[in-house]
Ligand binder design. Structure first.
Ligand code: ZN
Length: 311
């Protein structure tokens, strides 16, 4: 295994990702090993890379990147990768150290490059950020807006072409097809929001992960936690949220797959708001869940919101 790995690295250094060249020109090149930092990016890479790539990820389905800490096996995944794809915007506070400690020479592409960053906590209530990692006030959850993900897809396509120039035509065709599906998805979200009563477009979630979604599609999300999941709200925060919910007649609270919903259930009990369902914010589900791909995730979220808020 170790020997194989060393050989692969040596071949990578010499020949780029096309490791299996010695079988002759007709043989398919070895797949490009791409490491995505979390499940949503992994899905985007699969869509653009198609069968030319082999995708691994660090933070898997239903797992929380905010509180992730790299294990030794993860450094090996990084060392094994020909390309690393990260979200950026401070989402993976651990990535630079991990890449460095792995000894990897793989390029790290920041998928969100070119996205207009949103500043978190811009509302009047202002969050107290007690958490330790360093994302400042930039909201990292840019993938919650489909137009932003079209920018991600362009960056991933360009990085794959730079890593594997032979695949240029395939990556371009895959990206074009996937971008068309994203356009259809974006339209579906807009059409659904347009059918929702204006006064109902207000919801409570656990952590502040839906700022780009809210800004892009005209909904208001109030979060009990900040942009990360690792800070606990104070009693004052909770009282403020309950007061705001009563004043603005918020109808529903939504749980998330990556964070603990106990506080939200208490808030729902106290205000009479209903639990509208589970939204998927920072991670896909496994293949049997409702959000195994990015498109499924957005579609599930907008249908869940619509079902709870309409009627
Ligand atoms: Zn988050």
């Amino acid at each position: 295994m170790l020997k194989l790995f060393a050989a692969a690295v040596a071949a990578l250094l010499v020949a780029g990702p096309a490791v299996a060249q010695d079988k002759g020109a007709a043989a398919p090149a070895a797949k490009v090993k791409v490491l995505a930092t979390f499940s949503i990016l992994a899905d985007l890479v699969r869509n653009v890379g198609g069968d030319r790539v082999e995708v691994a990820m660090l933070v898997g389905p239903n797992a929380d990147s905010h509180v992730y800490s790299p294990a030794p096996a993860d450094a090996r995944k990084v060392a094994d990768a020909g390309l690393v794809v990260a979200n950026g915007l401070g989402f993976e506070g651990w990535i630079d150290r991990l890449v460095k400690s792995s000894g990897s020479k793989a390029p790290v592409v920041v998928a969100s490059n070119g996205v207009k960053p949103r500043t978190a906590g811009g509302h009047s209530h202002g969050h107290k950020h007690g958490h330790s990692h360093d994302h400042g006030e930039t909201d990292p959850h840019a993938w919650q807006s489909v137009p932003n993900v079209k920018i991600y897809v362009g960056n991933i396509r360009d990085a794959l072409i730079a890593t594997d120039p032979d695949g240029k035509a395939a990556y371009e065709a895959n990206a074009t097809g996937y971008l068309a599906r994203l356009d259809a998805l974006d339209k579906e979200v807009r059409d659904t929001v347009a059918r929702m009563p204006k006064e109902a477009r207000r919801v409570i979630t656990n952590h502040d992960a839906f700022g780009y979604f809210a800004a892009g599609y005209g909904l208001q999300f109030i979060a009990s936690h900040g942009v990360s999941t690792d800070a606990q709200p104070s009693a004052r925060d909770v009282a403020r949220i309950i007061g705001q919910m009563r004043k603005e007649k918020v109808r529903a609270v939504f749980l998330e797959n990556v964070s603990d919903g106990r506080l939200l259930k208490q808030i729902a009990d106290e205000t009479g708001a209903k639990i509208g369902g589970t939204l998927y914010s920072d991670a896909l589900t496994g293949p049997d869940g409702p959000a195994p791909t990015y498109i499924d995730l957005i579609r599930h979220n907008i249908r869940t919101l619509s079902a709870a808020l309409t009627g």
